[in-house]
Design a protein around this ligand. Structure first.
Ligand SMILES: [Zn+2]
Ligand SMILES: [Zn+2]
Length: 222
């Protein structure tokens, strides 16, 4: 399941992009806010307790490093991980830097997903808007179908590949915890950005508040 969920999520997002041409910005923002709250809750209730259970403050450094890794990745991805595509729609050239950066992000966050827990669901859910937006971008750039399938196919196996390699590298617990802390930093940055950027000038939005509560609660239950 930990391999399948992130993979299926990418396919869902890709398929949705072909079926629904246009999603209102408001709906998209609700999905982004939901996935952000879900991820934040999963990292706070699963990863952080596990990391700090060891009682070692040194893991905090990996967490901060993860935040910076994500900041650097976003120089190249332009925020595609949190539902942005600031690339000019008319560029004919394939955005290699964006794609590679998305793949590195997906690979890294796949590594600590060794069971189908809240974190795996959270990562999977947040892949749906990424795949949706990226496929939409490729379609509007008139990319051929085989190219879209190749690109989305590659992207979809990145997280499962990360999980697979981490599992078979026979990392000891000592090696897995720093990776977990690093990914916790990455996910903290992405989830808070998801929540921040889905809000309109700090106006109270009941629908957004409710989907966020639902996301946070669901991740806590899983
Ligand atoms: Zn952004
Ligand atoms: Zn991610």
């Amino acid at each position: 399941m930990n391999y399948l969920l992130p993979f299926i999520a990418v396919l869902i997002g890709c398929l949705a992009a072909f079926l629904v041409k246009e999603v209102s910005r408001q709906r998209m923002k609700l999905l982004l806010a939901f996935s952000g709250a879900f991820l934040l809750s999963a990292v706070a209730t699963e990863f952080l307790p596990e990391i700090y259970e060891t009682g070692d403050a040194r893991y905090g450094i990996y967490l901060i490093a993860g935040v910076f890794v994500q900041i650097i990745l976003e120089f190249f991805s332009k925020g595609a991980e949190h539902g942005h595509l600031h690339v000019h729609q008319d560029v004919a050239r394939f955005p290699y830097a964006l794609f590679v950066s998305l793949c590195i992000h997906a690979f890294l966050e796949g590594m600590p997903l060794q069971t189908a827990d809240g974190m795996t669901y959270g990562v999977a859910i947040h892949k749906i808007p990424i795949a949706f937006i990226f496929t939409g971008f490729l379609v509007s750039n008139k990319a051929s179908l085989w190219k879209i399938l190749l690109v989305i196919g590659l992207f979809s196996i990145m997280s499962p590949l990360g999980s697979f390699i981490a599992q078979h590298a026979e990392f000891s617990m000592d090696a897995m915890l720093p990776i977990k802390a690093l990914v916790a930093g990455i996910v903290l940055h992405v989830s808070t950005t998801l929540i921040l950027e889905s809000s309109d000038g700090h106006q109270f939005n009941l629908a957004k508040m409710l989907v966020m509560l639902a996301g946070a609660f669901l991740a806590f239950l899983l």
